[in-house]
Design a protein. Sequence first.
Length: 224
Amino acid sequence: MSESTDPYVLSPTEGGRLLTGAPWTRLAIVGDSVAEGVTEPYAGYGLGAWYDLVVPALRTVRPELVHVNLGRRNLLTAEVRESQLQAALDFEPDLVVAFCGGNDAFRREFDPDAVEEQLTALFEPLGATGATLVTSGFFDIVGNPHFDPRYREVARERLAAISVRMQAVSERLKAVYLDMQSHPTSREASIWSGDGIHLNARGQAVLGTEVIRALADRLGNPVR
């Protein structure tokens, strides 16, 4: 299997067809390493991050699209809000992709209520601008062969818990939510980087495809 034959990956051209009629011309990306696009090669796939699929697909419809990626690795949700929220607002986006929360799951003291509060504090001002907000839950790491097996179950439970809170906040704010927990590739070893935490090139392509599909659904365009 390769990027061109993967049933869970779109090409930018296919993505552009799905995004017919898209109104967005200013994209802001905020978050942690998922937003930043930290990745590694995987045979048969380009090395690009998820946004290297999304941005070209949007530009097939809106050539004037401009974007800024404020994402930085290792940040907790509170740190994303403190360091990126104002810059994102100043950019005056009409589309925001916010990928964060995973690092909160790996803290010694895990408080899902506190994480939900921080997610709300970040998402509410972004949504209040009228921009379309895209958020995401987390892949199920049970199929990740590189994650330390001593901590796999507790990490899996915490990421699932944050995904539930993420979805709840997103639904309240009428954001576009990606349910990656139930994605068919979620438990596959082939989407993970060797560091045990980040998505590899295939995982990035899958994530980018799901962003496009979710935006197409928001537009009311048929998604096969």
